[in-house]
Design a protein around this ligand. Sequence first.
Ligand SMILES: [Zn+2]
Length: 488
Amino acid sequence: MDSAGGRGARARRETRPAAPRGRGAGKGAARSPARGHVAGECPSGAATLRAPRTDGPPARGGRPARRAPAARELPAGAAAGGAEALPTPRSRAPAARAPAAPRSVPTVPDGALAAPACRPPPAADALRLREVLSRLSLTRGDVSEAATLVNRVIAHLVQAIRGKDGCFSSIERQSAGSYYERVKISEPNEFDIMLVMPVERIQLDESDDTGAYYYVSFKRTPKEKGFLKFLDEDGKLSAFKMLQTLREIIKQEVKNIKDVEVTVARKKVGSPAITLQIKNPPSEISVDIILTLEAQHSWPLSTQGGLKIEQWLGTKVKRDMRFRSLYLVAKQNKREKVLRGNTWRLSFSHIEKDMINNHGNSKTCCESDGPKCCRKGCLKLLKYLLEQLKMKHPKELEKFCSYHVKTAFFHSCVTWPNDSEWHLGDLDHCFQQCLEFFVGCLQKSQLTHFFIPQYNLLSLEDKARHHFLSRKISHELNNGFPVFHENY
Ligand SMILES: [Zn+2]
């Protein structure tokens, strides 16, 4: 594991390719609601406070529904093999539920339960899910081609930015996002790049009660005096001022990129990103540059009680993660009455990447000679399902983003911590359980931020939207996921 953003780790990062973001409905400047957010995180408008402090993820009434013991005895070889060895999907539904509908999910409050099952037998479902997964992985070739171009442009810009302004002399590129988690599933034309600036001796003050948004100031005058020009009148570090400077440098510098046509998109109100448009005929690549601060600062109090991975990844891993740097991204807190552009939001994308790439309860899970699991497959399917549903219902689902399903996925990993609960051959069942977990969150309008327990990602005033999505997911679950086979 790379230690606290050490220099060695940074040097390695720079050689890595760019990080595409999750798909949006539109291309180019027409950004979808899912976009304009920070490296895999939600637009802040989608989230609010304050859930009652709980000790764990939502919907954990004790240990829910481990798999039936008999099901665990699936031979490992069979699990890794073909679908013919698939066990019958099991449900967390009460035993009283009609056996004819083993995959049904709890009725949504308004009674709009999905239609009675009319679907192929379970083994065929699983086959279809695998086919969907392999279809998703086909896009990787397109992605890496676009990533190569993006990398060239970003490498050029980073070099130039470092030379232009003393403050930005240590700026680095951070590898985060779905591409590095190897769960990138779509749209090769959209990327997020985090540009990271190390800052020293900072002080954090909560800007609201989410526990996610902070004001940043310096405890002592920073060594790099250039920072002084980015402080506002209260001494708070202004994301707005920093972005303005960065934007000007980038605007000038793109003119010096000769072999590729790069432009800087017009500023969007309330969005902290600087967006590049790169011509890649016949299409266009859009790159969001996210300004990020990296501090060797202990994690704030609001993160106490989060990251409950002891049973899943172990106490040592957790301790190590909490010693890693703290990342803050320029992010306007939209709930502030006057938008001053001086709030920063905690970002855990570096930790999330590690958890997804090293996801096993045993160290060998999914390593070349270790047993394979379906955790990543489930995450990809969850993201794909939300994307497809968003395409189908863009208006109703505009406030949902991949960070919601990613968070539900992490809670699922905590709820079912053992590798034996995620056999590759049980993809169908595991995906169903993740979805049921997510549906449960939607029905309660309670999805706890994985790192900040007081922060509810599902705002209570959006209850109707949560129920809408829960109905759509229930329908998919009960009908063999027709939306995976529709084109939008
Ligand atoms: Zn695994």
